[in-house]
Structure formats: structure tokens, C-alpha cells
Design a protein around this ligand. Sequence first.
Ligand code: NAD
Length: 434
Amino acid sequence: MPADSPVAPEDRTDGELQPQEPESAVETARQQLQRAAGYLDIDPNVVERLKHPTTVQEVTVPIERDDGTVEVFTGYRAQHDSVRGPYKGGLRYQPEVTRDECVGLSMWMTWKCAVMDLPFGGAKGGIAVDPKALSESERERLTRRFAEELRHIIGPTRDIPAPDMGTDPQTMAWLMDAYSMQQGETVPGVVTGKPPVVGGSEGREAAPGRSVAIITREVIDYYARDLAETTVAVQGYGSVGANAARLLDDWGATVVAVSDVNGAIYDPDGLDPRSIPSHDEEPEGVGRQDAPETLTNDELLELDVDVLVPAAIGNVLTEANAPDVAADIIIEGANGPITTAADEIFAERSIPVIPDILANAGGVTVSYFEWLQDINRRAWSLERVNDELETEMLAAWRDVRDAYEARDVTWRDATYIVALARVAEAHDARGLWP
Ligand code: NAD
């Protein structure tokens, strides 16, 4: 079996490619693109095109506050690449949202959709706003105005937004309603992640955690281990972390530690993930559970477990703590939990790291199912959603595993190779217009 190796393409002479901390999302995304391209025989002009988004819309979103004053926010929608189908990606409401962040995240969506072989390209957007500082009716007015500003570039065959940080199914329902009102017809396929009553899919909420669990199970099997003998630590007990922990526990693994923003609970004999409330069920409820030991989040990341699942936020594993990580395998539940420098340390230490764009891709995959259901006006059962998700995850896993075995690269590189090869092949077939 090939070991993870720190192999890097020898094209890192370009100054732009030297890792620099802190790295912006777009810098990281460009480095990853260049790195994957180094393994493939693809047209450099296609790589050059993929370093840039097709377009970025910057819009002004004024709303009337509840006190009658008017406040003006800035929103963005970066559309990276649509060679394989309509743009797809989340909308986040967060004070830190910038143009560059949206561009970087839109590039990741291109690869995530491609590795899953979904007929979508990548997009990302959002508004620089603290949603907690707005009332519900202010958030609704903000979303409806944003929908109006984006109306000309989104649509079920053009660009399909979804929830992300600071947005939720209700946000998507408002967006869908605003778009539909302007179009003069109900268009559920314009967004995914809606409530099921207006065309959302069963199983969408649990899907990213479910895919993390499926990939963990396959990786354990790949390394000839037994899930029943596997200990797991999960950082972040939200939608991704709790759903992954509960499924892995159902399938026989021993979840020994979980955490939320305040800290972790630890039981070397195993916790009961179903009795621990997720972030949605009881925010910050992890610390209120009975457990033999409590730990800090940093201590959880350094536990001697078989599998570590960082499923909270980005950049938690850095060059400072990567040398002390004692887990045998890392599965990225969150988006971007590992910095480039830490990634290199894990490669040197031969710790397999399964990247976010594969492990948590269950979310966008069930979004694709939702879009299919909307277009066909036919709802699927939860059982069908989960069965089809399992099929798609296993297909993507096999493609990545084949690339990994064929090339002696890291799992992250193998995943990017699969994705980039698909996108580049589509560009090659379509050519450059006009
Ligand atoms: P969530 O809000 O449901 O839960 C986040 C959890 O992380 C909570 O338990 C919270 O207390 C904890 N947390 C927050 N800050 C922390 C910190 N500094 N240290 C430790 N724990 C912290 O979020 P989620 O939807 O589960 O998303 C988690 C990650 O997965 C994010 O990176 C998100 O982008 C990514 N992701 C989410 C989805 C999705 O559809 N939910 C899909 C793909 C990727």
C-alpha cells in the first residue's frame, strides 16, 4: 500500500507558490490548483483560466432597519467555473466576508463538485454583515434585496445558492420566494437547502456529517483496520460533527471525545453521541454532559486516537500543533481545518489526511439531489436520499483511491487530481469561446 508522501511538484519555483502565512483563501486555492496541475498533463492555458473567477458581482444591499434608519451592506457572488454545469455554492452572512474569500471558496466548490462528478461548477457569495445584530425581519429584508441584486446572475440553470455560515433554510426560502415573485412563477430549483415544505430535500441537513462517516468507514477499511476497534475524536459538535459521530457510533466505532466552542468531554471507554446534544439541539451543551474528563479544544486535537475529525472551524491544525497530533488518520469535517504548513508536516509524518472537498461533500451532493427533485417536481424518501448518497460517496472514494494508488501522492493531492482532471477535460472538449 502506498504511504502518504510529502511529494510536491517541482514547479514551486514561482514566487507566488511559496506558502506565506497568513494565507488568503484565494492564495491557498491557487496554490492547490498549481500543485495538482503539476501532476497532470493539462493545457497550461486552462490552468491559467482556472486561477481566475469567470465573474465576481459586488452589490450594494441597502435595508431599512426596524428603527427606520437605512443601513448599507456589501454583498458578493463569485462565480468561478461553469464548464461542467451551473455554478453552485453557499451564501454566507458574516462580518469577515470579502471578495477574495468568496473567490477562493468558489474555486473549492468547483473542485468539490468535480470530485463528486456532479454537473455543477463552483460559486460562493455572501454579505459582510453580522446576522446576529439584525432582527429576523431585517434579515428577511436583507435577503430579499440581495436576491433582487443577484437576480440576473442566479437561476436553476445558471447559479444555485445554498446556506452557509450565518444563513439557514429560512434564508433560502426567502431567497427562493423573492426570486420566484420577480420571475412570476415558483422556481424552487434556484436555491438548495430549503425547508422540505417548499422543495427542500429530506436528509440534506445530516448529509455532510453522513459523508464524513462514510469516508471514515472506507478509510478504516482501506488501512485494514476494524471500525469496532477504532477510537474517534471529533472537534465541533454541530451539524457535521454530531451527525458524523452518531453514525460512526452506530457503525461500531468508539467516540471518545467531542467538543464545542467551550471545550471537550473525554471518556476513553466511549461516549454516547446520541445523548450529547448537538449545537442545533442545545448550543454549547457539550460541557453540561457527564463525562470522566474535560479537555480543552487544543488537548482534544492532540489525543492519541485512531481518527481525528476536526469539524468546527478552519485553520485549527497549524504548524504549531501539527507535530503534537497523535491521531493515526485525520478526516477533514470542517472546511479548511488544516493550514498548508500543517499539511506538509502531516505528509512528512505519513499521517493520512482525507480532505474536506471529499469528506464533507455529502452536503453539495444532497443539494444536487434536491435540485433534481425540484426540477422533476418529485420528492424522494429519506431512504432513497441516503442510498443514493452512499452510492455517490463510494464512487468518488474509489476514484480518489485509484488516483492515490496510481501516483504515490497524498490523499489531498489525489483528490485534487481527480477533480482538476475532470474540469480540464471538459475545458479541453469545449474549447475557448469565441
Ligand atoms: P455548526 O454551527 O452546526 O457547529 C459548529 C460546532 O463547532 C459547534 O459545536 C460549535 O460550538 C463548535 N465551534 C465553534 N467555534 C469553535 C472553536 N473555535 N473551537 C472549537 N469548536 C468550535 O457548524 P457546521 O454546520 O457543523 O459546520 C462546521 C464546519 O463544517 C464548518 O467549517 C463548515 O463550513 C463546514 N461544513 C458545513 C456543512 C453544512 O452543510 N453544515 C457542509 C460542508 C462543510
